[in-house]
Structure formats: structure tokens, C-alpha cells
Ligand binder design. Structure first.
Ligand code: DOR
Ligand code: ZN
Length: 347
């Protein structure tokens, strides 16, 4: 029987949370199966703030990965008020860190030691601009008086735009954008200096889904899912093949006991299906011709790294997402658990 197939250069995932220990060991293979490289977020319980920590975390990742996958973890440095220029310089020049991550304090998971205001690290940003080191931003304001749904748009106005004015040649990735304001803002600037990642869940869902027939804690992530009009803006822009935007799944596993709790953790573990979700959206948007640039070309161009040589083939064949992963006595529930997607990976 004729099966629709699409072969693209093996993608990279420019934004993943792999955690550590037992969780890392159980989930890493899903990233290795679909992606050649991934940018590893540093927000562990004990965040990656120094080169020495990044080197040993990288080794733990490589040791946990199935040896069939020639996977390359790209490490990032968690910026804190006490980050030194020396650490940044050493990390970037020795190629330990590919980028540094800015979390404003208390903006998301493990951000207690983040930055209170961007002005506190001006000297670091100035230096990063000078050496060409990318700054990866979780772009949401943290002022509790700002409505949670407005925090991303306000961040652009209050924090990002002034920062960009001061450092126009600082390479910035606005991570996991969720709004039409972000799409418009990013599009206006030189993609060499400002780009953005987009997650599969923000492309497939909007905030109605989070409250469908009750509260759906497994759709709780940060930034929150937004109104449909924002979801549509994200879908539309990737369907134009715009080079500012690339794949960053923000796969973020949490144990069930931490998702379903008095305070539930934010994060969606989508690694088992992220690439299949992206192909689904590109197909729905009649834009499969841009799948490869989004997944495999725009990211490397921004980060100045080579484009992968391997390819991957996706087949239009039903694929059932696994229901859970056992972690000791607990479980991790993936995005779309038990649901069937129309695309699978050719085996
Ligand atoms: O939903 C999220 N989960 N957003 C983030 O910014 C962090 C991530 C995590 O680490 O769990
Ligand atoms: Zn993230």
C-alpha cells in the first residue's frame, strides 16, 4: 500500500529539560531517537551554574543515552546574580557552554536563584554580546500584579526591548513563544540577533484545552497555553517558512506526584511525540515544504553550527503515544498519552 513519507535532515531540539538521575535514564532515549543534538536546560534542582557542573552533567547524559544514538548534548549556563565573567568566558571559549539561560526569579521550575531584574547582569550581557554568546530567555515578567496571560507581552515591552536597544548585537533566543505579540516582535528583527523557539503543545493547543471537561494538569506549562488567536499566530508564522523560528520542544518531565499535587508543577513531557506533533501541524497548515527548515536548518544557522548530515524519515502511519513511563513507584505521563497520531518514525 502507498504510504506518504517525508525525509528530512535529522532535526535538533533547541530546548529540552532532561532532569537527572533515574528520570534522565528513563527519558533520554526519546530525545535521542528523533534528534541529533539538543540544548539542555540548566534548571536542575541543583542548577548548572559552573563549567565543572556542566561537564559532569553532560557526561551523565551521555552515559544514560542508548549508544545507538550519536547524540550531542549542548550545555547551557544558568545565569544568577553571582555569575562571573570568568565562568562565562571559560565556558564559551572552551565550548562547554553554547549559551546562557536567563530565568527571572520565581518565573518557573527551579528559578529561585534566577535574576531579579535584567539590570543586575548588565555587565554579563555586555560581555556576551562582545563574544557572540547567545542569551536564551524565558520571557515572562514576574511582577505578581501583571496578569499571568499578559506576562509574555509585557516582558517584551518592559525588559526585552530596552535590553535589545542597549545590546543590539547580543544574540537572543526568545524561548517557547506563545503570543502573536511575540511573533510580530521577533519577525521585525534581524534573525541573526533575535530568533524564537516554538513548542508542539503551543502549536496544537490553546487555553480552552486546559479546562476541557475539568482542569487538565498535564497541560499546565509555562508560559501558559494562550487564547486560540495566539495559537493561530504561531501556526501561521511557521507555515510561511520564516527563518526566525525553530524547533524547541520544551519537553519537561515531572513525576506524577508533583504534577497532581496541592501545588502542581509546570511542564509537559512531549519527547516521545514532539517531532510527530510538529509534522502533524505542518501538514495541517499545508506547509510540509517548510518542515525541514524549521526542524533542522534555522536553529543551526542561528547558533552557527553545521547542519546535520543524517536524515530521518517520517511515515504517514498511525502511532500510539505510550501511556506512562515507570519511575520507581511513580510514573511520568507523556503529552497525548494513549492518543494516536497520524505520523510515525520509519523503522
Ligand atoms: O512548563 C515549563 N516547565 N516551563 C518552564 O519554563 C520550565 C519547565 C520545567 O523545567 O519544568
Ligand atoms: Zn523550558
Amino acid at each position: 500500500m502507498y504510504e506518504k513519507k517525508i525525509t528530512i535532515i535529522k532535526p535538533d531540539d533547541w530546548h529540552v529539560h532532561l532532569r537527572d538521575g533515574q528520570i534522565l535514564k528513563k527519558i533520554i532515549k526519546y530525545t535521542g531517537k528523533f534528534y541529533k543534538r539538543a540544548i539542555i536546560m540548566p534548571n536542575l534542582d541543583n542548577p548548572i551554574i559552573r563549567c565543572s557542573q556542566a561537564i559532569s552533567y553532560r557526561n551523565r547524559i551521555l552515559r544514560s543515552m542508548n549508544s545507538n544514538y550519536k547524540f550531542e548534548p549542548l550545555m547551557t549556563c544558568y545565569l544568577t546574580p553571582s555569575t562571573t565573567l570568568k565562568e562565562i568566558k571559560l565556558g564559551f571559549t572552551k565550548k562547554i557552554f553554547i549559551a546562557a539561560k536567563l530565568y527571572l526569579r520565581d518565573s518557573t521550575t527551579n528559578s529561585k536563584i534566577g535574576i531579579k531584574k535584567i539590570n543586575d547582569i548588565i555587565h554579563i550581557l555586555e560581555y556576551m554580546e562582545k563574544i557572540g554568546m547567545p542569551l536564551l530567555i524565558h520571557g515572562e515578567e514576574i511582577d505578581k500584579n501583571i496578569d499571568v496571560y499578559d506576562r509574555e507581552a509585557m516582558f517584551i515591552e518592559n525588559t526585552l526591548e530596552p535590553c535589545r536597544k542597549k545590546f543590539p548585537k547580543l544574540k537572543i533566543v526568545l524561548e517557547h513563544i506563545t503570543t502573536k505579540e511575540s511573533v510580530e516582535y521577533v519577525k521585525e528583527h534581524d534573525p541573526k540577533y533575535l530568533s524564537a523557539t516554538i513548542t508542539p503543545h503551543h502549536l496544537m493547543l490553546n487555553r480552552n484545552h486546559m479546562f476541557f471537561q475539568g482542569i487538565q494538569p498535564y497541560l499546565y506549562c509555562l508560559p501558559l497555553l494562550k487564547k486560540k488567536l495566539h495559537q493561530q499566530a504561531l501556526r501561521k508564522v511557521i507555515a510561511t517558512g520564516d527563518k526566525h523560528f525553530f524547533l524547541g520542544s520544551d519537553t519537561a518531565p515531572h513525576l506524577h506526584k508533583n504534577k497532581i499535587n496541592f501545588f502542581g508543577y509546570a511542564g509537559i513531557f512531549n519527547a516521545p511525540s514532539s517531532l510527530l506533533c510538529y509534522v502533524t501541524v505542518f501538514e495541517e497548515m499545508k506547509a510540509l515544504q517548510y518542515l525541514q527548515s524549521f526542524c533542522s536548518e534555522n536553529g543551526p544557522r542561528f547558533y552557527n553550527v553545521c547542519i546535520n548530515k543524517e536524515t530521518i524519515t517520517l511515515v504517514k502511519k498511525p502511532y500510539k503515544v505510550l501511556k506512562k513511563i515507570n519511575i520507581g513507584k511513580d510514573i511520568i505521563v507523556p503529552f497525548l498519552a494513549g492518543k494516536t497520531l497520524n505520523w510515525s518514525l520509519e523503522t
